[in-house]
Design a protein around this ligand. Structure first.
Ligand SMILES: Cc1cc2nc3c(=O)[nH]c(=O)nc-3n(C[C@H](O)[C@H](O)[C@H](O)COP(=O)(O)O)c2cc1C
Length: 165
């Protein structure tokens, strides 16, 4: 893997996360959990390059996001959709998703990504904010929260971007 500056990323980030999906992984190699995400963003905030991810409180990954200072987003360029489907439908609470998918964990800084990943972004958790429905201007948004399980939004400062050579 080669380290690049986020500005050198050629891919379209909206397509990368929305269409191709990503794995959000929190924890260290001895204890981590990953789940599929297709909502999120990349940009600048508070003078830093950042990513935003949105995690519902019932996710097992939520516990790892809370306990750990670093997390990764791993992108597979549209490949491994079956594996991402598994990581987006089974919970690490009762399933060994690593064994089931064959995705191979690799250490990235203080966090974890996967050997098969084409692009890995390592983040340092710098802030979180719970989604407050009082701020919903478009009432259509409410349909995403029939169980009132409002996401916690995490802001991660981008520490490292690794691309498959
Ligand atoms: C394409 C796709 C995108 C998803 N995006 C998110 C997301 O952005 N935030 C979220 O909380 N859950 C999202 N999910 C649901 C979680 O990936 C899913 O509930 C997963 O099984 C949680 O695993 P865990 O309990 O091991 O954390 C998505 C699922 C899929 C299939």
């Amino acid at each position: 893997m080669k380290e690049i500056n986020i500005r050198e990323l050629k891919e379209n980030f909206v397509s990368m996360i929305s269409d191709q999906w990503a794995l959000l992984t929190a924890g260290k190699t001895d204890s981590y959990n990953m789940m599929t995400v297709s909502w999120g963003g990349i940009g600048e905030l508070w003078g830093k390059d950042v990513c935003f991810v949105f995690v519902r409180p019932q996710r097992y990954t939520f516990e790892f996001m809370e306990k750990n200072d670093y997390f990764t987003l791993s992108f597979f360029g549209g490949d491994y959709k079956k594996e991402l489907g598994i990581c987006g439908s089974k919970s690490g609470r009762d399933t060994d998703k690593t064994a089931l998918t064959g995705l191979e964990p690799v250490k990235v800084g203080e966090a974890v990504s996967f050997r098969q990943s084409k692009i890995t972004v390592l983040m340092r958790k710098i802030a979180y904010q719970d989604i407050d429905p009082k701020g919903f201007i478009d009432p259509e948004i409410c349909s995403n929260y029939k169980d009132s399980d409002f996401h916690r939004a995490y802001v991660g400062e981008i520490i490292k971007v690794l691309v498959d050579e």
